[in-house]
Write a protein that binds this ligand. Structure first.
Ligand SMILES: *Cc1c(COP(=O)(O)O)cnc(C)c1O
Length: 398
């Protein structure tokens, strides 16, 4: 500290002048969560499981759309989601979640979390605020609510869940002496461009970066965006679970971010054209797409206008008939591929009832209108006239 007099040096300068061992000690204190990171302090690059240049750059860039303080990237969407559960919900606590959820998340909550003593409470997009509060109160464990976890729009019906309402529910159950009830939103379907849950009161915006963010169907990755404190806790657990994104995946995602906006905008534009074609086609019974909501749809329309800046690029529709007709349609597609992922450059179609949502309890499937006649479409960046040509020829075969 030569020449600094009695002033306490800025901690970021310390690394330059301290002995190597002393600076490593300081790095580890932060990495292992023993001490808070100083305002200007940089996290040292001590070991790639904790952080590495590819991940740091990716995380910094991913904070931008959500306007988040910080971001943590993971090796899959599931690892981002499960790390949030494991960090913020403990045995004996209540986890409120919206249904239907992504199959992997649903399984983790109802099988794993329930088995370690967490009390899962489920609600559907059809439930209103008072119903949901009643559901939690009925458990007699409202004071133990630790997290509200939602997915909006719900897959595959595109029904929206009001994020601000979920914030109110979380706050309703937060006693004065308790930690904040965490509101986590799986933003894979609309994010990061068209919906920013943090702006509506969420604490964590979660992503399967395998989808839009990756966009090329060549990586599996996940991300969590949120406040400094929330992401710090997830990063410390990530260090010990070892489920951080690999540097190579991080590098590929940096490539993907270069085109994220143009890809998603093109996909949304294509989806709009596809919906214009599908809506009113004689072999189609109903199209599920937020852009078709009108003021007559009441709350759904209001939530859409408040929460989303685009109708997105995920479309579901019921063909006239049942499974036979839906399968005939899917088998006839020539450009659109039959596969379950979403958000990539290529258009994909699938049959939720027998594929992505095969594990959903039949009664729930019925309640949510996930019928045998439903087809889900993820619209890519192709020329929309080609997509419409393909859909038209496949519909003719019904
Ligand atoms: C794909 C997906 C996930 C899981 O992500 P992985 O990257 O496959 O682990 C979670 N939520 C939603 C909405 C998804 O579409």
């Amino acid at each position: 500290m030569v020449g600094r007099g009695h002033q306490m040096p800025d901690i970021s300068d310390i690394h330059l002048c301290l002995s190597q061992c002393r600076s490593r000690k300081i790095f580890f204190e932060v990495a292992y969560g023993l001490r808070d990171q100083g305002e200007k302090e940089k996290l040292g690059l001590i070991y790639s499981r904790i952080n590495n240049p590819d991940l740091e750059i990716l995380e910094n860039r991913l904070t931008l759309w959500d306007e988040a303080d910080d971001c943590a990237v993971f090796e899959s969407g599931m690892s981002a989601i499960t790390t949030a559960f494991l960090e913020f919900v403990k045995p004996g606590e209540v986890l409120l979640f919206s249904s239907p959820l992504y199959g992997g998340t649903d399984h983790f909550i109802t099988q794993f979390m329930a088995q370690i003593g967490v009390i899962p409470v489920e609600f559907t997009p059809l439930d209103i605020e008072a119903d949901i509060i009643q559901k939690i109160e009925n458990t007699g464990m409202g004071h133990k609510l630790a997290m509200v976890y939602i997915e909006t729009p719900a897959n595959p019906t595109n029904t929206l869940i009001d994020i601000a309402m979920c914030r109110r529910i979380a706050d309703h159950f937060k006693g004065d002496d308790r930690e904040r009830v965490i509101l986590a939103v799986d933003n894979t379907y609309m994010g990061p461009l068209w919906q920013q849950p943090l702006k509506h009161g969420a604490d964590i915006s979660l992503y399967s970066a395998t989808k839009y963010i990756g966009g090329h169907s060549d990586v599996i990755a996940g991300a969590a965006c949120g406040s400094k404190t929330v992401i710090k806790r997830m990063k410390v657990l990530r260090t010990f679970l070892g489920n951080m994104c690999s540097p190579w995946t991080g590098w590929l995602l940096l490539r993907s971010l270069e085109t994220l906006k143009v890809r998603m905008e093109r996909q949304a534009l294509n989806a709009e054209q596809v919906v214009n074609f599908l809506n009113g086609h004689p072999n189609i019974e109903k199209v599920y797409y937020p852009g078709l909501l009108t003021p007559e749809d009441g709350h759904q329309y209001k939530v859409f206008r408040r929460q989303c800046t685009s109708a997105g690029a995920m479309i579901s529709f019921d063909v006239k008939g049942g499974e036979k007709e839906a399968f005939a349609f899917l088998n006839s597609l020539r450009l659109v591929k039959l596969a379950v992922s979403l958000g990539s450059t290529e258009s994909l179609a699938e049959h939720p009832a027998s594929m992505t949502h095969a594990g959903v309890e039949p009664h729930h499937r019925e309640l949510m209108h996930i019928t045998e006649k439903m087809v889900r479409l993820s619209v890519g960046v192709e020329n929309y006239e080609d997509l419409i040509w393909d859909l038209e020829q496949a519909l003719q075969n019904l």
